[in-house]
Design a protein around this ligand. Structure first.
Ligand SMILES: [Zn+2]
Ligand SMILES: [Zn+2]
Length: 205
């Protein structure tokens, strides 16, 4: 299949790569229907962050489940799924508090999973998804083509403001501070992330 691979600043190539396959019983294989270029992809592209070795890139995609590992219980082949920009188990203390981006077993597209297996990027024809039960969100129905762009926005747009507003316990601990139970936040911008921030109801414990 074909997928994008970043080799360095301003050097992203469309390459032939091996088809993904189930490596762990908690994996899913998703055929990508739509994928995006995010502003975060531009950091390594512009050289703001280093690319030490070629790797797959892209973390915003939606698609259809094509294969499932034996332990995946919440999905079925043929489901249309939204893949958030971070992988998570949806069972650890951070996930249960709604801060999936701080998942104790979390990983990133294009990186490695907890078993040191490479994770595909989202800009490809198919993706192996570790921790599929915790990571993927299936839609109730198969969307029509016209609604796919809106669903695509949900991949990044929900978790970014929620993670920013909730913070993570580990970050608070490092800073030695305590999360404020009351207060106000400034919300710059009214793009999709800013608008979504207005809908996030944060309930610190
Ligand atoms: Zn993104
Ligand atoms: Zn977790």
């Amino acid at each position: 299949m074909r997928a994008t691979v970043i080799h360095g600043p301003r050097d992203i190539r469309l390459e032939d790569v091996p088809d993904p396959e189930i490596r762990r019983p908690t994996d899913a294989i998703v055929r990508v229907v739509a994928s995006c270029v995010c502003g975060s992809d531009l950091w390594p592209y512009r050289g703001v962050t280093d690319t030490t070795e070629p790797h797959r890139i892209g973390h915003e995609f939606v698609g259809v489940v094509e294969d499932l590992g034996a332990e995946v219980s919440s999905l079925k082949v043929g489901d249309f799924v939204i893949a958030p920009f971070a992988l998570s188990d949806n069972t650890c203390v951070h996930c249960l508090r709604g801060v999936h981006t701080s998942c104790e077993r979390g990983a990133w597209w294009g990186g490695e999973d907890e078993h040191d297996l490479p994770i595909d990027g989202g800009q490809g024809e198919a993706v192996r998804v570790p921790m599929a039960d915790g990571t993927l969100v299936a839609t109730p129905e198969m969307p029509d083509d016209a609604s796919i762009p809106a669903r695509s926005l949900r991949r990044d747009v929900h978790r970014t403001p929620r993670g920013a507003l909730c913070g993570s316990p580990s970050r608070r601990d490092r800073g030695g501070g305590r999360r404020r139970r009351r207060g106000s936040v400034r919300r710059p911008g009214c793009g999709p992330v800013g608008r979504r921030a207005g809908h996030c109801h944060v309930a610190p414990r």
